[in-house]
Design a protein around this ligand. Structure first.
Ligand code: SF4
Ligand code: MG
Length: 333
């Protein structure tokens, strides 16, 4: 049994006069100790997917179809109250900007103790000991001293470490990190990612890492799901994705990872813009930007095809019939 099983998830966002189909048929599973990276450009539906799972959707958002099973329990229909019990203790989430998730008027130690108080029956003395232990776990030196300090007395990187400590306070089964380094400078980003990697050996929490940067996931994740236009277009192990990528969008992302030896960090990007999710395309969402697009790509959505035991890709190139049809087409032209 998987720790988290998401099947055919659909999420819509109502705007004043239209409905944005932000997530369309997303399925994935998370096993204990997995680190799954969900990768895609902004607007691809990656944040919305996890917000839908955690019932943290904006007011206009709604899960319209699909099933979410967490640790054997179907939580698809869970209301806010039931979910609150899970959030923070069983599933924890950290966000981009540590300042928005910390209380500026309370010492960091107190903030960790508060979470422990809310979810665990623990004496104040044990709460304090655990808080210090957590600060040390996330790589904060002199944790006893930092315990009594306020967020503004800490650097940005240290604040993000505190946020991670708070998220881990109750030994959650899943830690969701939504672009946890975006608000930080590059050196600190690397340190936080290094921390997340080192945590994998120390704790048994599974991690879902959401990022627009495929480059950062190779060292951290064991599984990758690439999202485009509200769908998972390719998924697999890190090796599947980095060495055996099949989907033209994934190949484009890989090509746009800046090389270390390149002096300028100008990003190669994939030309074109993402699809309009108010009126999603009938065929492959990537077709207008894909240099391999065939006729069928514009007409029919490719099925998400199993390539190996771990590897899936939703692209007509994986269908031998489509290739034949395309060849025939070319022949006739
Ligand atoms: Fe490109 Fe067609 Fe594959 Fe979509 S289905 S990625 S358009 S080749
Ligand atoms: Mg986002």
């Amino acid at each position: 049994m998987s720790l988290l099983e998401v099947s055919n998830l659909h999420i819509s966002l109502r705007t004043q006069d239209s409905v944005v189909k932000a997530v369309r048929g997303v399925s994935f599973s998370l096993e204990p100790k997995d680190t799954l990276a969900i990768v895609g450009e902004s607007g691809s539906g990656k944040s919305m997917t996890v917000k839908g799972i955690m019932k943290l959707l904006p007011k206009a958002g709604r899960v319209t179809d699909g099933k979410i099973v967490f640790d054997g329990t179907d939580i698809t229909q869970f209301g806010e109250r039931q979910m609150r019990k899970l959030n923070g203790s069983e599933i924890s989430m950290i966000f981009q900007d540590p300042m928005t998730s910390l209380n500026p008027t309370m010492t960091v130690g107190k903030q960790i103790m508060e979470v422990l108080h809310e979810h665990k029956k623990m004496s104040a003395q044990n709460q304090k000991a655990r808080a210090v232990e957590l600060l040390s776990l996330v790589g904060i030196s002199s944790p006893e001293k930092r315990f009594g300090q306020y967020p503004h007395q800490l650097s940005g990187g240290m604040r993000q470490r505190v946020v991670i400590a708070i998220a881990l306070a109750c030994d959650p089964k899943i830690l969701v990190a939504d672009e946890p380094t975006t608000a930080l400078d590059v050196t600190i980003q690397a340190q936080i990612l290094e921390l997340m990697k080192s945590l994998q050996d120390k704790i048994s929490t599974s991690i879902i890492l959401i990022t627009h940067n495929l480059g950062v996931v190779a060292n951290i994740a064991n599984k990758v799901a690439v999202m485009y236009g509200g769908e998972i277009v390719e998924s697999g192990t890190v090796d599947d994705i980095f060495y055996e990528a099949q989907h033209p969008y994934t190949l484009g992302l890989i090509a746009s990872i800046p090389k270390i030896h390149e002096e300028s960090v100008t990003l190669k990007t994939i030309p074109g813009t993402p699809p309009d999710l108010i009126d999603p395309p009938a065929g492959c969402p990537f077709a207008p930007r894909c240099d391999k697009a065939m006729k069928i790509c514009h007409l029919r959505q490719p099925e998400n095809k199993q390539i190996s035991g771990t590897h899936r890709s939703a692209c007509w190139l994986q269908h031998s019939m489509a290739k034949q049809a395309a060849e025939k087409e070319e022949h006739h032209e």
